[in-house]
Design a protein around this ligand. Sequence first.
Ligand code: ZN
Length: 391
Amino acid sequence: MPDVALLALIMVAMLAGYLLGRAEKKKKKEHFPGHHLSKEYFAGLNYLLNEQTDEAIETFIKVLDVNNDTVDTYLALGSLFCRKGEVDKSIRVHQDLLARPSLTPLQSIRVRLELAKDYMTAGLFDRAEAMLVDLSRQNHEYRLDALQQLLKIYEREREWHQAVEVAESLHKLSGEHYASRLAHLYCEIAEEKLRHNDRSGARKFIRTAFYRDKNCVRASLILGRIEMEEGRDREATKVLQKVSTQDNRYVPLTLDMLETVCHRSHQQRVLGSYLARCLNEKPGTAVILAMTAQFMNSRGDVFAMEFLTSQLRRQPTLRGLNALINIQLNHPTEPSLTSIKLLKEVTDQMLVSKPVYQCLSCGFSGKEMHWHCPGCHEWGTLAPVQGVEGE
Ligand SMILES: [Zn+2]
């Protein structure tokens, strides 16, 4: 039980802090009416050893002086409870600390910050927010921490405008570190605008997203969709193709839209040379399948099948195999038909159960693309799954 050991250590530190404080007071005044405290201290220690932590905390809080030496110990005690998931105890420790008139202004700020974190852990976001807003308005050495916590709350509550305001402050305070996160937040607002059919509002926020992070793939995808919906096919093609230079892992996300706009505006050749370039830079299943579909239209099934087979030999993937079987089913030769059908059934089943996107940071995976990972709450960490069963 390492936690109990740690708790005991903290209690010893509290006693040391208390004794130090007493020694100092003794120097100043010769008498100090404190000898009954040690009895209660040992009573507390006894509770602790019997793992009656509630009673132990109560006793220690009652008897121990808060001075410069013990504030740190109290804070350590609070964070220990918080880590153990006993956030109610952590809240009590911090609230008790706050009630002490002997805290310096900076100590009081630090304790309030810890209390706000307790409220966040307990899911009391309104209380945490009120406290953090207050703390982030003042100038002190914990302001950055307060702003970071506040940003987490606004992101979790999907309050994007407030999140942007806080992230811009953080960007000013700590530089480029917040650029890509800000771009994601502006994209969230742009998507919100689109949901309310406000395309020009969305465009405005996409521009701001690019201003913060010119390599924001997500902003390119949103802008590509807007251009496509407004029938500006040339602009849509241009912005969607930009993704391959921004981060070519996300090229698969552009292909459906690119196929639509290139097909309806007769830019098949533009799409063809773009796909060839992508294949050259980073061969992936989505690009190979898009090229195969193009070849089926322009050069016929046999050529497309040969192309796909040669690509699959180089880089076998489940989805590629599945597509090959599909084409072959249109050109059956009697003896192989049954086995191909069986193979097709199996690969169909496998594809249904496979996640398509995975978080590089925490491993979260699913069939839906998230820009804000539901697992670890990082931004832009999900990408199409790689390997035999992925791209
Ligand atoms: Zn994650």
